[in-house]
Design a protein around this ligand. Structure first.
Ligand SMILES: NC(=O)c1ccc[n+]([C@@H]2O[C@H](COP(=O)([O-])OP(=O)(O)OC[C@H]3O[C@@H](n4cnc5c(N)ncnc54)[C@H](OP(=O)(O)O)[C@@H]3O)[C@@H](O)[C@H]2O)c1
Length: 342
């Protein structure tokens, strides 16, 4: 079997996880990653034996790295590049490197939707993205909304959604961002998450607001979803249990918080203690008339990683959504369907 040759631009929070995930796919080969500044992250790539390529103005010379060449050299050796640079560098990289090299590329959700021809969430619109050259995986928050609302929409039809994103202030390693001791409203109303969801679920009407809080662990969403048919709590629990990459968690077993979810992820042995599944609290699902209310937690660093892997297969058009998601889930230890454990 000819493997898909993958390159990664940027080796930060998302890039290093996508690199690990690519190395676990039997139909993919990680050809190399780009390095920019000298730091512990690129040293980890070096330690793992991942070939390192440079971008202009890099600071890696003299630090004992074997450098394989430039980004242009990397692009000559791969079938696709995954851009994991900070926003809005993906768009610049497209114009500067990928288009001149006629290279297929996957971008991340910090980029504006127009960085790609399409935005992507595997279980919503894989088919629409098959064969496309420039695909944007939606953000961690939008991925969380898309997975659960997509399932609800399929079952009941959605009339309207009102949702608030309670966002972690920074990633756990990040000493530059915050807040440290505040709740900060996002003064963008509605927040960009609603319009972003419509890039993958275009017929769902959604209005979102957002806040940043002093936590690094996960985002939490409060969601009120007016359905076209009357939902029940029991049905909603069953829907979430059966939805891939969604996990029902139980307050009853003392999974009461994002802290306990992240500890659970470590105990279950997910790499880095990541939680790639969207976690819905069973006891936080309620119904009033046609309105379904629920709370979910999103591990911002990892939920999009499996999406990047599926986006690679969609861009190369090597298989259908179900086959790709199954391969990805199996290789990354994600249960094929939502998992319930008390
Ligand atoms: N972090 C999250 O929770 C999260 C979740 C979902 C999506 N995203 C999205 O994923 C993308 C990457 O975010 P991240 O959190 O992984 O960023 P990050 O941790 O800051 O890592 C960015 C990486 O890109 C490198 N880089 C910097 N400028 C570059 C350039 N001009 N060209 C190529 N590489 C460059 C950085 O090198 P240095 O080490 O030298 O700085 C670093 O390796 C963004 O669009 C973000 O919105 C992030």
């Amino acid at each position: 079997m000819k493997k898909i040759r993958v390159g990664i631009m940027g080796f930060g929070t998302i890039g290093k996880r996508v690199a690990d995930a690519v190395m676990k796919q039997e139909d993919m080969e990680l050809i190399g990653v780009t390095g920019r500044s000298h730091n512990w992250r690129i040293r980890s790539a070096h330690r793992k034996g991942i070939p390192i390529y440079t971008i202009p103005d890099h600071q890696l010379d003299g630090h004992g790295f074997k450098l394989e060449g430039t980004i242009q050299d990397l692009l000559k050796k791969v079938d696709i590049i995954i851009d994991c640079a900070p926003k809005p560098k993906g768009k610049e990289n497209r114009a500067k490197y990928y288009e001149p090299a006629k290279m297929k590329a996957i971008y991340q959700g910090g980029e504006k939707p127009d960085v790609g021809e399409v935005s992507f969430t595997a279980q919503c619109n894989y088919d629409e993205c098959r064969g496309k050259d420039h695909i944007r995986v939606v953000s961690c928050n939008t991925t969380g909304l898309a997975r659960t609302l997509g399932a609800i929409h399929t079952k009941y039809g959605i009339k309207e959604v009102y949702a608030t994103m309670i966002r972690r202030g920074a990633d756990p390693w990040d000493i530059r961002h915050g807040p440290i001791n505040a709740v900060v409203p996002v003064l963008e109303l509605p927040s960009h998450h609603g319009p972003d969801l419509k890039t993958v679920l275009p017929d769902v009407e959604i209005f979102t607001t957002a806040l940043s809080v002093s936590s690094t662990l996960m985002h939490v969403h409060t969601i009120t979803c007016e359905c076209k048919k009357t939902p029940t709590v029991e049905e909603a629990v069953e829907i979430f249990k059966k939805t891939p990459r969604v996990r029902v968690v139980y307050n009853e077993s003392l999974v009461r918080s994002t802290a306990e979810i992240m500890e659970l992820a470590k105990d279950w042995g997910y790499p880095r203690g990541d939680m790639p599944e969207i976690c819905v609290w069973k006891e936080a699902i309620g119904v009033v008339g046609n309105k379904l209310l629920y709370l979910q937690a999103i591990h911002q660093e990892s939920d999009v990683v499996c999406e990047n892997i599926d986006a690679i297969r969609a861009a190369l058009d090597v298989c259908d959504a179900e086959t790709s998601m199954q391969k990805t889930n199996e290789s990354l230890g994600i249960p094929q369907h939502g998992m319930v454990e008390k």
